[in-house]
Write a protein that binds this ligand. Structure first.
Ligand SMILES: NC(=O)c1ccc[n+]([C@@H]2O[C@H](COP(=O)([O-])OP(=O)(O)OC[C@H]3O[C@@H](n4cnc5c(N)ncnc54)[C@H](OP(=O)(O)O)[C@@H]3O)[C@@H](O)[C@H]2O)c1
Length: 350
């Protein structure tokens, strides 16, 4: 098996290298980034080729391409990879809204990937844990509405902003100041900021629109009433979200916990029972990188119908929210040797 990883030197690309070794040990790896370079990662040196080489006439094809580039570079290279014969998983936003391209969260709608599928879009890093936590509840009672407030880690912005954040945090906290004056109010260290400054005509950020659109597409609920507010918090890795949701039918907390607990046996979800959320945190997902963590379940007192609840959901944005999901989705085409990285739907047969 021949696998290429584009964006191999980035945060998601590096995680993908590690997971590919677990899912398909012995696969031949071709790594690409902006230029020819050597990547030191996990105690090994990897030769990385400038991605422009893929545009040469003598570029070689392969079986599977995992693309972890920004939107513009995905738009440039994905068509070329398809022409070279690769099956492609793209982790950018470029193809997510394309009705012809499946947008897949393994364990939710991985069945959308068949043997004839050539390109799959990997969802946004908040959509994946949200969909994993909501899908079992939706299947049992239906899902009518959701309101989501996110607290997203800086690594979601890529390796450059993460390294700047770590350096700024080290400098800022070195100077004792109880209200945080040493920090720059426009940056991430010591701070909470709106997800990014770019909003549409409705005032929503691209991240908020992604969560709303992608949830409807993955859960196949085009009419789902959903709204979101996204911000970044001074956390390196691990996206958290508080969710208020309304089911289609009345349910009890015990029933919710039972359904989520059953789903937790698939290795994609971990339930923290009870309302307190003991043990549930952004750092908890860095220790449990390939599952969505859900807890703090309680009744939303605003809804007398007994259909509305509050919850907290957490997921590692680099792994579950990006690289792990992509590998699990690709396991529909190429069975994973590590069972934890196999889509629970199994390999595609048609
Ligand atoms: N970070 C997350 O939590 C997360 C989660 C879900 C999805 N995603 C998506 O995954 C993609 C990658 O994110 P990331 O966080 O890994 O980004 P990143 O850490 O900033 O890495 C970007 C990668 O793109 C490469 N690159 C830059 N310019 C290029 C060019 N001209 N030609 C070819 N390669 C080029 C970089 O190579 P050099 O090292 O050579 O510059 C690097 O390997 C993005 O679309 C992002 O939205 C990210």
């Amino acid at each position: 098996m021949r696998i290429c990883i584009l964006g191999a030197t980035g945060l998601v690309g590096r995680e993908t290298i590690d997971l590919v070794a677990r899912a398909w040990p012995g696969a031949q790896l071709d790594l690409y980034a902006s230029r020819d370079q050597t990547l030191e990662h996990g105690g090994r040196s990897y030769a990385v080729t400038g991605a422009a080489a893929l545009e040469r006439d003598d570029a070689r094809g392969g079986d599977l391409a995992m693309v972890a580039l920004d939107d513009d570079h995905s738009a440039r290279y994905v068509p070329r990879l398809l022409a070279l014969g690769y099956r492609v998983i793209d982790k950018s936003n470029t193809y997510r809204t394309d009705p012809a391209v499946p947008l897949c969260t393994a364990g939710v709608n991985g069945r959308r990937v068949g043997t004839s599928t050539r390109l799959v879009a990997n969802p946004n890093c908040t959509t994946i844990p949200f969909a994993l936590a909501m899908a079992p509840l939706q299947q049992r009672w239906g899902l009518a509405a959701a309101t989501v407030s996110t607290y997203q880690a800086v690594s979601g912005a890529g390796i450059g902003p993460l390294d700047e954040f770590l350096a700024d945090a080290k400098r800022g906290y070195a100077e004792p100041d109880r209200i945080g004056r040493p920090f720059d109010a426009g940056k991430y260290a010591g701070n909470t900021v709106p997800h990014n400054g770019k909003t549409d005509e409705g005032g929503f950020s691209a991240e908020e629109r992604k969560l709303m659109f992608e949830s409807r597409k993955i859960l196949e609920l085009p009419e789902l009433s959903i709204s979101a507010q996204c911000c970044r918090v001074a956390v390196a890795v691990g996206h958290s979200m508080n969710v208020w949701f309304t089911l289609g039918e009345r349910a009890s907390l015990a029933e919710l916990e039972q359904v989520l607990g059953e789903s937790a046996r698939t290795q994609l979800l971990r339930l923290f029972p009870g309302s307190a959320g003991d043990g549930l945190s952004a750092l908890a997902c860095v220790a449990d990188r390939d599952r969505a963590l859900v807890g703090r379940l309680r009744v939303d007192p605003r809804d007398p119908s007994g259909r509305s609840f509050c919850a907290m959901i957490v997921g590692d944005n680099l792994r579950l929210g990006a690289a792990t999901n992509a590998v699990r989705v690709a396991s529909r085409w190429f069975a994973s040797q590590d069972p934890a990285l196999q889509d629970p739907a199994g390999p595609a047969t048609a």
